[in-house]
Design a protein around this ligand. Structure first.
Ligand code: PBG
Length: 327
């Protein structure tokens, strides 16, 4: 290796055109996915206090948002639904006319080219707020699979392009794959939330999706933040069960996991920059403690540099707008 003074790394950092030429990681709108929250009603826009710029939208306003996203080049959205009624079995999660199913149909009708990904989980739809069925304070695994598979199938039937199970029950990818294939949807891909950690960074999301567990927490099914080997086992299982792409979530505190998953498996890797990551940057930006725009782009670049092929982020529209401007 050439040593100083022969080699001077600063030579190629001297001007912006030079830096641009040797830049190793380039963000693009093509890899961004915008999460959206849909509610019943018309003309409804409920701002989420802990996530400035994010709101629960009724289908009519959701369509406008999808149009704006498409206009700045964001290719995909990830849908979450807030039901009219919650019950113990999360019935609206797999109802043919549930809020998510309605939203999927409306988007595919108005903007067929927008890739619609649906979050498959029960927690927004259950009265207890857990991601599966509950009996005597226990979140049941196998009985929940049937309902998750029904939800995924109802999303595919409504026209979803990709289904994304986020519940972390064991065996759900296989159960969903079988349900889809058995009903003629063998072409619908599964993006599994494979390494999903029990994270404090989901706090603001639970305000947005009204999905806070009514008792206990999710540590009995989501992963322990201290574990990395286990994340690789989770990813391997999901791929064996038929996952087409795998996700690591959250993103910034788990960049090592993103890197290891990317190096070990030959599947597209998605990273979810979650609500708490968004809220932190927004809050510090508002206080003038950080340059929000630069911190946002730096975080997204870091996530991509770590190995993410796709990034789910509440900054999708802002980031895509900036990337478009900077060419
Ligand atoms: C549903 C789900 C959650 C998130 C995505 N899907 C919440 C949770 O597991 O508690 C979090 C997303 C975010 O924080 O932005 N299971």
């Amino acid at each position: 290796m050439a040593q100083f003074p022969i080699y001077r790394p600063r030579r190629l950092r001297r001007t912006e055109p030079l830096r641009r030429m040797v830049r190793e990681t380039r963000l693009s709108a093509d890899e961004l996915i915008a999460p959206l929250f849909v509610v019943h009603g018309r003309g409804v826009r409920n701002e989420v206090a802990s996530m400035p710029g994010v709101a629960q939208l009724s289908v009519d306003l959701l369509i406008k948002e999808v149009q704006e996203l498409a206009n700045v080049g964001v290719p995909a959205v990830l849908l979450f639904g807030i039901p009219a009624n919650k019950d113990e079995r999360g019935s609206e999660a797999y109802a043919a006319d549930g809020i998510v199913q309605q939203a999927v149909r409306a988007i595919k009708d108005q903007r067929p080219e927008m890739v619609v990904i649906t979050d498959v989980c029960l927690c927004e739809f259950t009265s207890h707020g857990h991601c599966g069925l509950v009996d005597k304070g226990e979140v049941l695994n196998d009985p929940s699979l049937e309902l998750l598979a029904q939800s995924a199938l109802s999303h595919a039937q409504a026209g979803a392009d990709i289904v994304a199970p986020s519940d972390m029950m064991d065996g759900r990818v296989g159960a969903i794959r079988r349900a889809l294939d058995g009903a003629g949807h063998s072409a619908t891909p599964i993006l599994s939330y494979a390494a999903k950690y029990a994270s404090s960074f989901y706090g603001p999301f639970r305000d947005a999706a009204q999905s806070t567990p009514q008792f206990g927490d999710r540590r009995g099914y989501q992963m322990d933040p201290a574990n990395a080997e286990e994340a690789l086992r989770e990813v391997e299982l999901d791929i064996d069960e038929g996952a087409d792409a795998v996700m690591v979530k959250p993103a910034l505190p788990y960049l090592d996991i993103i890197r290891r998953v990317k190096e070990r498996f030959n599947r597209p890797v998605a990273a979810y920059q979650v609500s708490g990551e968004y809220a932190m940057l927004k809050a510090a930006g508002k206080l003038g403690w950080l340059d929000e725009e630069r911190a946002m782009l730096e975080s997204l670049t870091g996530i991509k540099r770590a190995g993410a092929d796709l990034i789910i982020t509440y900054f999708a529209k802002t980031a895509a707008t900036l990337l478009r401007r900077s060419g």
